[in-house]
Design a protein. Structure first.
Length: 194
């Protein structure tokens, strides 16, 4: 269950033997059934998660409306950085969209691992930089791109998400209503567009 994450440590940071064994010692795999919550609003996000198998949906409630913020699929990391870094309750909910396996690394264990394994520090920095870049690009797309362009970007760069995530959640991630996304999809598949 931890093998995909161990493989990433090997590929991204060049970790070997003892370093990989040390990382694996701190990882905690969790099996989640579809619709099972990993964390709820008001709890502390005191871990970093990695999707080994399945899909985890992150959502929040604003003015009585559920808003899906993101869905993480296999080989993706997630956490609520404000909650994780500052020890405050999260405003998000994380739930399995499918039967899933999530590998977690607690904040305490992360700190121990950073002190014991310099290669893991390099790995964590690279993953953190990637996450910041992805968030910035997503924010820019939400600010400047037309909804149709956001959907086309998703189809091109994350086709698995477009295929596996229900329309209502995709629409929320893209910042449009489900009805608008349905019209966009219909328009893009019409013979006139092709």
């Amino acid at each position: 269950m931890t093998e995909p994450l161990i493989n990433l440590c090997r590929e991204i940071a060049g970790m070997k033997g003892d370093e990989l064994a040390l990382v694996e010692r701190y990882l905690k795999p969790l099996r989640l059934k579809r619709k099972q919550f990993l964390i709820r609003e008001g709890e502390q996000y005191n871990f970093i998660g990695f999707v080994s198998k399945g899909a985890i949906r992150h959502f929040t409630w604003r003015d009585g409306v559920e808003k899906t913020c993101n869905v993480n699929l296999e080989n993706q990391f997630f956490t609520d950085f404000s909650s994780f870094n500052n020890g405050i309750p999260t405003t998000n909910n994380s739930v399995a969209l499918e039967d899933s396996v999530v590998v977690t690394l607690s904040k305490t264990d992360r700190d121990l691992l950073l002190a014991e394994c310099p290669a893991f520090e390099r790995f964590a920095r690279m993953i953190g930089e990637w996450a910041v870049q992805q968030a910035a690009e997503r924010a820019a797309r939400l600010s400047w791109d037309r909804p149709e362009d956001r959907y086309l970007h998703l189809l091109e760069h994350e086709p698995d998400m477009a295929r596996r995530v229900p329309l209502k959640y995709l629409a929320s991630i893209l910042g449009v209503s489900a009805e608008s996304l349905s019209r966009i999809r219909k328009r893009l598949t019409s013979p006139v567009f092709s």
